[in-house]
Write a protein that binds this ligand. Structure first.
Ligand SMILES: [Fe+2]
Ligand SMILES: [Fe+2]
Length: 472
């Protein structure tokens, strides 16, 4: 009697192939998102979790291959057991994939139907050397919005030509040292004053804060709001940089919603947004691009992720450095070198990125979060080569001033997220370190020096420094 050949069966093969395809598409999607490689490299807790998920995905083809290789060596009973295991794992992978699509992918591509207006800095310069500004927001239903902006003697009124859901208004060619008013749909009149660009005194005063973590469970919303109010109330501040980790989870609309409400209500200064690692998390970039960079926004030099903001002879280079050097592509490096080599030495160059370079810190999930091994190796040498005057970053939630080969590095502290307390690892380049409370940084740039004020939640100065231009 001839024995029939053992077969895995078409149904089982189709099921396993389907589950593997689901897994593969999701894995490729997740790792093609900005920030995912950084998460994998810099948070070993998430690396372990991602490794388990990747392992499960590859378990299906591995089991299928083993069964196929052993199909004629196994008894009918054992082959059937193997097929059942394969079917169960395949179905589990398909169910988990649907869960990920429903709970991660769909929210990643869903946007808030309405957002509150925020005054934003456009990376383009007006004829008087001041960055142009814009207000962009969405309303749930098509609406005609009225907006007014200008000086006390010359208020210009604009409105949407038709009822629309997306509203975009530009404030262009602003004059230096001028107080401007703006009114959006009869909301209370708001004011800000443009950078003085004085020939002998102050060029510009700006505030920087980072790590707001809107939506985060360990964030302190009262202190965060207090910081926004202090900055708004200081008549000298011309611009406000929000230096990354704006929200806790970039793909969660609820977190962006908290951000819009707080900033719209409590911040009157023009805001320049810088991406952080939390903002891009699994699909967060889609929100960032849609909420802040509609087509009408003009980026003169760079793109929405990294660009240059010129305020007279003070040049801010906003970089996309999230966890480390994962997003510091050869294009970004080439762009940075082009900017650095073309800006005259006597001008100010201030680099701003979320991730730090030289810094004190600690060990988190098995990785050292101080003197960053990748950014100091790949990016700091450029700062040194081209005599960058000041480098401002966040990511580590403390305040610090460091100096290395003529470059002054500053960490501006935490505005909303967790307060770290004392840092166990001290950088050899550190001049001052503080991690006991939330706060922010205010900088007044003059012709040959900049005054740095590290402030607490109540706007009181914790520490101050004078930094001279880097002429090494
Ligand atoms: Fe953070
Ligand atoms: Fe961060």
């Amino acid at each position: 009697m001839s024995q029939s050949k053992n077969k895995i069966g078409r149904g089982t093969l189709i099921l396993s192939l389907t589950s593997f395809l689901f897994f593969l598409v999701l894995a490729i999607w997740a790792f093609s998102q900005h920030g995912t490689w950084g998460l994998y490299n810099w948070n070993y807790d998430y690396r372990r979790l991602l490794n388990i998920i990747l392992g499960l995905g590859f378990l299906v083809p591995a089991v299928a291959l083993i069964l196929w290789l052993l199909r004629n060596k196994l008894s009918h009973t054992w082959l059937n057991v193997g097929k059942w295991v394969l079917n169960i794992v395949s179905v589990a992978v398909i169910i988990v994939s649907f869960g990920i699509v429903f709970y991660v992918v769909v929210p990643a591509y869903s946007l808030l139907s309405s957002t509150e207006p925020i005054l934003l800095v456009e990376p383009s310069t007006g004829v008087y050397g001041i960055p142009n500004l814009y207000v962009y927001f969405r309303t749930e239903t098509p609406t005609v919005v009225n907006i007014g902006w200008g000086t006390e003697d010359n208020l210009q009124l604009f409105n949407d030509a038709n009822p629309v859901k997306e509203h975009m208004f530009h404030f262009t060619d602003l004059q230096p040292a001028t107080e401007y008013f703006y009114v959006i749909d009869n909301r209370m009149s708001l004011t800000f004053s443009t950078p003085p660009l004085s020939k002998t005194g102050t060029l510009v005063t700006f505030a920087v804060a980072s790590d707001f973590h809107y939506g985060g469970s360990d964030a302190n919303s009262n202190e965060r709001t207090q910081i926004l109010r202090n900055i708004s109330e200081n008549p000298n501040v011309n611009l406000f940089f929000m230096n990354g980790d704006i929200v806790d989870l970039g793909m969660v609309n609820g977190h962006w919603s908290e951000f819009f409400s707080d900033v719209s209500e409590n911040m009157t200064k023009p805001v320049a947004l810088v991406l952080g690692n939390h903002d891009t998390l699994i699909g967060g970039l889609y929100h960032f691009r849609n909420y802040f960079y509609p087509e009408e926004v003009k980026v003169e030099n760079g793109n929405e992720l990294y660009h240059r903001i010129d305020v007279g002879n003070v040049h801010f280079l906003v970089l996309e450095v999230l966890w480390g050097s994962e997003e510091f592509t050869s294009e970004q490096q080439k762009w940075l070198e082009e900017q650095l080599s073309s800006i005259p030495q006597e001008d100010w160059v201030i680099a701003i990125s979320h991730c730090f370079y030289y810094s004190s810190g600690d060990i988190e999930t098995g990785r050292v979060w101080s003197d960053h091994e990748d950014t100091t190796r790949l990016i700091s040498p450029l700062f040194e080569k081209y005599n960058v005057d000041l480098v401002i970053s966040g990511h580590n939630h403390h305040m610090e001033l460091l100096e290395k080969d003529g470059v002054t590095y500053v960490l501006e502290g935490v505005a909303g997220g967790g307060v770290p307390g004392p840092r166990p690892i001290k950088s050899e380049y550190s001049k001052w370190l503080y991690g006991d409370s939330r706060g922010y940084l205010e900088v007044t740039v003059k012709h040959s020096e900049a005054q740095l004020f590290f402030k607490n939640v109540d706007g009181e100065v914790i520490q101050q420094f004078t930094v001279t231009q880097n002429t090494q």
